[in-house]
Structure formats: C-alpha cells, structure tokens
Design a protein around this ligand. Sequence first.
Ligand SMILES: [Zn+2]
Ligand SMILES: [Zn+2]
Length: 219
Amino acid sequence: MDIEDLRLAVYEQFLRGETPRVADLATKLSTTQEQARSGLATLAAGRHVALGLDGEITMAHPFTAVPLGFSVMGRDTLWWGGCAWDSFALPHLLPEQGPMLVATTCPACDQAHAWRVDNREPPAGDQVAHFLVPAARMWDDVVYTCGNQRIFCSEDCVATWLDRSGRQRGYVMDLPTLWRLASGWYTGRLERGYIRREPSAAADYLRGIGLAGTFWGLS
Ligand SMILES: [Zn+2]
Ligand SMILES: [Zn+2]
C-alpha cells in the first residue's frame, strides 16, 4: 500500500463529509486493517493525521472527525469544523463549496456566532479568536490544541473564560487576521505529493500574516 494513496483516501472521505475509518480505508485500498493501521501510524508520525487511542482518525487538518466547537456548512456538504483556524480554512481549500456558513458559540457566555466565509475577503465581525497553546507545543496534543482555538464575542469574554478556567492567556487576533492565517496554510494538502512546509517557510508565512512573538516561536 502506497502511503500517499492512504493519505489521499483519508482526505477524499473527509471531502465528502464522511469520517474515514480504518476498516473502510483498508477495503478501499485493497489491503488489511493491520496494514492500514500501520500506514496511519506513519502518517501520524509525520503530523498528517492525528489518531485516537483506538487507532481511528480524529483529525486530518483542516478536517476533524470529532466535534471541536464549530460546524461548517458548504454548498452541499456539512463538516465538523476543526478549530477556528481550520474552520476558516475550509472556504479557502474548497472555494467551489463557498461561501460557507461557519458557526460556533462563545466559550465564555454561550452566545451563538455565525459568519458566511469565502476566499475573497474576511467576513465582517468584531469577534476575536483566542489560541491557547503556543506554536511549539501545538502537536503535544493537537486535539486539545484545536479544541482551544476558539472565537469569543470580545476580549472581555476571553478574559472571563481565562479567569474562570485558571488558564494563561495565549494569543488573541481579530477575524481578518484569522482569515488571512487560514487562507494559505493548507494549500496543496489535497494534492498528490503534498509535502509539509519546512519550519523556516512556516515562520515566513506566519510573519507575512503579521504574527509575532514567542507564542508563534517568532522573534
Ligand atoms: Zn486546528
Ligand atoms: Zn461571549
């Protein structure tokens, strides 16, 4: 089994709004479940997918098999959004499905929020995104990390939530910055032969968005 065939099979299923399971992937690729599991472990080591304790896929960014606080509705397909970053990335990755309805609730006050997001300009709104886990630690537990990249009503709601949960403030950005961050981050991921950005290229990308500071590993 070719590992790139496996990676693309994972994405094909997510694209249809389905959750790729080990058994289905093995059938599709005419291989055993053991081989599929071992291939997924290789992809997980390369941070192409994240696996749960049962060995099933939890995330293949920007797609997720587990709810993380967002839903994203395209023209004819409905997805769990991953984090704020991932949810805003889907309209860029799949413009033919846009504009997409991205919906969530504020973690501090439960206020419902929704935006129509396309790949042309940032959606209107004065909400803010808060990322809890610094870039250097994002892959320690990526489901936790994405689960804590949320959109709040305001800076006040971020402060309330941090206070209540006893957490340290991470990084706050406005919606246009979030939209730009999401715009090109996943470029090429659905294509055969995708290779992750080198760390230096990732740093250049983040700097180009206007991000700075130790949170992002940038000086
Ligand atoms: Zn994420
Ligand atoms: Zn709020």
